[in-house]
Design a protein around this ligand. Structure first.
Ligand code: 6PG
Length: 245
């Protein structure tokens, strides 16, 4: 596994570098006439990135080559403030010309179990497959301060090894129903990028990146691409407890 950690002065510089990385990746794919299939993360961290992409990359990325999926979603309607899709639509999609059929939202308003199966079919229909699993060109992930990623929480490590593409789960703290990609699908991606900012993530970042024994059973610690690359985009606050070598 090819792992790279990049530390940025602040969230704005991190977002700028990631946007450039994304643009280069999509352009490279478009030159090969290949779609670029990405699963984006939810939560608050990527909001700045989506705003930057919407403000400055509407014409710098061939969005008609992008197929946009979500790594997880809260089981709420798209207009709900909790909706990961709703956030991306407000911050990014409303500023772009991207084919409607390229935006593959998880329908949080549907029955969770049925939606997990429906979404799995939509993923399989729009990706190439390897080892009978869909291959994302890029999976963007965040990390909770408890070590969860996507909606794979520490109380449900079985999701890392599930034979399903997506599963309906519950946030163990709030009980909120969610749909998440499973660990084997995430680890089948060509590129995985964690985006982590803020002081409250410093301890979990230290544990994961410095392979603290207490972290070995945390979901984010167990994200390891089988074939692809793993990148950590971390700002100085989130990286503030790392021992500089
Ligand atoms: C979600 C996410 C989740 C998120 C982390 C970090 O739907 O909440 O996908 O995995 O990435 O909880 O969230 P913040 O960026 O808000 O800290």
């Amino acid at each position: 596994m090819d792992r790279q950690v990049k530390i940025f002065k602040n969230p704005a510089e991190l977002a700028s570098d990631f946007a450039s990385y994304l643009a280069d990746s999509v352009i490279s794919s478009s030159k090969k006439k290949k779609p670029f299939v990405i699963a984006v993360s939810g939560g608050s961290t990527p909001e700045l990135l989506f705003s930057l992409l919407g403000d400055q990359y509407a014409d710098k990325i061939p969005w008609d080559y992008v197929h946009l999926f979500w790594g997880d979603e809260r089981c709420v309607p798209p207009e709900d403030s909790e909706s990961n899709y709703g956030m991306v639509r407000r911050k990014l999609l409303d500023s772009l010309r991207i084919p409607y059929s390229n935006v593959h939202r998880i329908k949080g308003e549907n029955d969770p179990e049925k939606e997990a199966d429906r979404y799995a079919d939509e993923i399989l229909s729009n990706t190439v497959h390897r080892d009978k699993l869909p291959v994302f060109d890029l999976v963007m992930l965040g990390v909770g301060d408890d070590g969860h990623t996507a909606s794979i929480f520490p109380d449900n490590l079985g999701l890392l090894y599930s034979g399903r593409i997506c599963e309906a789960v519950s946030n163990p703290y709030s009980g909120q129903k969610r749909i998440t990609l499973t660990g084997r699908v995430i680890n089948n991606a060509e590129n995985i990028v964690f985006i982590v900012t803020g002081l409250k993530k410093a301890e979990i970042i230290r544990k994961i990146l410095e392979k603290d024994p207490s972290a070995i059973n945390l979901p984010a610690y167990n994200i390891a691409p089988v074939y692809g690359t793993l990148k950590w985009f971390v700002d100085e606050d989130a990286g503030s407890r790392l021992h500089t070598t």
